[in-house]
Design a protein around this ligand. Structure first.
Ligand code: COA
Ligand code: AMP
Length: 632
């Protein structure tokens, strides 16, 4: 392998030729007309004219090459104590059968299938079965409530929903089926069938006619061959939070995605076929799509799928137990998980007795990694700890330290350098490109590389508006930060109203919409406040209607917390709402969220000159200080 600089320069000097060469790692059914078609989509499309099947590239190709008996997916559940290994051949056979069952229900190329499942192997089987048919999956994270699920069902209009009867959280069984039933009652679209995986921990009632037992239909089905699709056909839709209450339907194509993810395994992660890769995330998030399912299988690795938490299932040794049991080579997780382990086991004593000799590196992403956490882990494990920055939209790391290309220096707090395909620049609000060291809006030069979202579901215009219009020729990431003189990128946080809770992305606007539904709330604002474990936590500030002036504030808070759990989901970790007399606003009525954030984090706030009533800030400061000291 060449070094980082050599490969990056190779890409810079021949941006299309570079990806054309990378595309040779994929099996195509028909070649592309052009490597990149500038005319279609908001900024162009990769490999137009080419045809392939992603599921065949993940499975059949390896079986055909004689690797059928290699472990493809190992499921390890700390919740049930089970471990199951699927070889490439076994996984291919299950995927082909479930594809047959979906096809028998009428699912064809281009049809959508919603998947609402916890971390069970059937979730990966369902994703790959959709890919086999050229159907478009839309996975909804299991921690989302019925309202969020219903919104995604209406946005994607699936022919079939694939779900599980329950998920297993520490200390409780989460009944998924009633959530799905409630979502289907709320949604205006009705799928023609629901396949339910009946887990023994909680068997669901099935509605005759509509609901089918997933394993029964899979067993009864005839295996389905891969369907050849266009490289530009959508492989999946994944909704993520934007700045408004409506989530964005991120679209991933088939061809560019396969090329980019396959290329990322040797260069970024430094792994080869047969190596063991564990992304401790969830299939409901982009990390789960890319690095639990697609990339490891495209590259012929063994992927670990873990149902459990970093702590509490049963303790802070859980990760080291999985690493040693399955001889994991690279672990990918979120900084929050490491902070949770560090809090419980500051000396990393609970790794004792676990053989970690196979572990070569830990990759951290999903949120900014504070330098203390990165340094703590690297010193204790004595292997590279690699921060990498990306987002649902890009689908794979924008920046990292490249294990396969000779590591660039460890700079705790930095996301590393851009990989081939990405040129990163900080741009000021007026669109001026800033020199190294100056902070601004982080942007990526167009075109984005293969694998990045080419558009939003049914919404080219929305894509352009959200990402392209602000800085012509650039993609706006929504993150702020700077690029240093060595080319390392420092990401400081979002520049919009998106917050990051335990590596999960939420829109403060979406939570505000829920608070506003409460009959006693006149006005509200939700902000992210710093949290030592989860990075950020949402905090609601509400002004009550005059008619509710006598209400007990603790009662209102409890009702608001319940409302958010019921409408967004427990995973938003919304636990605090404060009743305040007023919110700081500009004279034109805009709520000053930045000022609120600073106040909540205890920063010294300069009262903005545009503020309508400067005294509001002092009153808020007092309320927030009281709440922080527990006298709320
Ligand atoms: N289905 C149903 N509920 C879920 C869920 C799921 N798939 N995932 C989380 N929840 C619920 C939890 O049960 C919890 O509910 P509670 O409020 O009743 O206790 C709530 O959502 C918050 O969950 P979580 O974020 O897991 O917080 P926690 O306090 O239970 O655990 C950590 C803290 C740090 C251990 C946990 O946040 C964690 O593992 N973080 C790593 C995140 C990660 O891997 N992100 C991937 C991005 S790459
Ligand atoms: P998501 O789309 O849910 O993956 O969230 C993406 C957002 O998480 C990014 O826009 C960043 O704000 C944040 N993020 C992800 N990885 C990093 C990282 N390594 N450093 C800083 N921020 C990150």
């Amino acid at each position: 392998m060449p070094g980082y600089s050599e490969l990056y320069d190779r890409w810079r000097s021949n941006r299309l030729g570079y990806w054309e060469a990378e595309a040779s790692s994929i099996d195509w059914d028909a070649p592309w007309g052009a490597v990149f078609g500038e005319q279609s989509g908001p900024y162009g499309r990769w490999f137009p004219g080419a045809r392939l099947n992603t599921s065949a590239n993940c499975l059949d190709r390896h079986v055909g090459a004689g690797a059928g008996e290699r472990p493809a997916l190992v499921w390890d559940s700390a919740m049930t104590g089970e471990q199951i290994t699927f070889t490439y051949r076994q996984l291919r056979d299950r995927v082909a059968k479930l594809a047959g069952a979906l096809a028998a229900e009428g699912v064809r190329r281009g049809d959508r299938v919603v998947i609402y499942m916890p971390m069970v192997p059937e979730a990966a089987v369902a994703m790959l079965a959709c890919a086999r048919l050229g159907a478009v999956h839309s996975v909804v994270f299991g921690g989302f409530a019925a309202t969020e699920l219903a919104a995604r069902i209406d946005a994607t209009r699936p022919r079939v929903v694939v779900a599980a009867s329950c998920g297993l959280e520490p200390g409780r069984v989460v009944a998924y089926k009633p959530i799905l039933d409630a979502a289907l009652d709320l949604a205006s679209h009705a799928p023609s069938a629901c396949f339910t995986l009946q887990r023994p921990q909680l068997v669901a009632d099935l509605e005759p006619g509509r609901d089918h037992d997933l394993l029964a239909v899979e067993r009864a089905a005839r295996p389905h061959d891969p369907v050849s699709v266009a490289a530009t056909d959508p492989l999946y839709i994944l909704h993520t939070s934007g700045t408004t209450g409506n989530p964005k339907g991120i679209v991933r194509d088939n061809g560019g995605h396969a090329v980019a993810l396959a290329a990322s395994i040797p260069t970024i992660f430094g792994l080869r076929p047969g190596d063991v890769f564990w992304a401790a995330s969830d299939v409901g998030w982009v990390v789960g799509h890319s690095y639990i399912v697609y990339a490891p299988l495209l590259a012929g690795l063994t992927t670990i799928m873990y149902e459990g938490k970093p702590v509490g299932t049963p303790d802070a040794s859980a990760f080291w137990e999985v690493v040693s049991r399955h001889r994991v080579n690279v672990l990918f997780t979120a900084p929050t998980a490491i902070r949770a382990i560090r809090r419980e086991d500051p000396g990393l004593a609970q790794r004792a007795g676990r053989d970690l000799t196979t572990l070569q590196a830990v990759f951290l992403a999903g949120e900014r990694c504070d330098p203390a956490t990165a340094t703590w882990l690297q010193e204790r494990l004595d292997i590279p700890v690699i921060d990498n920055w990306w987002q649902t939209e890009t689908g794979w790391p924008i920046t990292a330290r490249f294990r396969g290309l000779g590591l660039t220096p460890f700079k705790p707090g930095s996301g590393g350098r851009p990989g081939p395909g990405y040129e990163v620049c900080a741009i000021d609000d007026d669109g001026t490109e800033l020199p190294s060291g100056s902070s601004g809006n982080l942007a990526l030069r167009l075109p984005l590389p293969p694998g990045c979202a080419p558009t939003l579901w049914n919404d080219d215009e929305g894509y352009a508006e959200a990402y392209l219009d602000a800085f012509p020729g650039w993609y706006r990431t929504g993150d702020g930060g700077h690029v240093d003189a060595d080319g390392d990128v420092w990401v400081l946080g979002r520049t919009d109203d998106v917050i990051n809770v335990a590596g999960h992305r939420f829109s403060t606007g979406a939570i505000e919409e829920v608070l506003a539904v409460h009959p006693d709330v006149a006005e509200c604002a939700v902000i992210g406040t710093a949290d030592a474990l989860k990075g950020e936590l949402p905090l609601g500030l509400v002004v009550l209607k005059a008619s509710a002036a006598d209400r007990d504030h603790d009662d209102v808070t409890r009702e608001l917390v319940e409302l958010v759990r019921a409408r967004v989901g427990a995973v938003a970790s919304f636990r605090t709402a404060l009743v305040v007399a007023q919110l700081p606003k500009t004279r034109s009525g805009k709520i000053l969220r930045r000022t609120l954030r600073q106040l909540a984090d205890g920063e010294q706030v300069q009262v903005p000159p545009t503020i309508e009533d400067p005294a509001v800030v002092d009153r808020l400061r007092a309320v927030l200080a009281r709440s922080a000291s527990g006298h709320g």
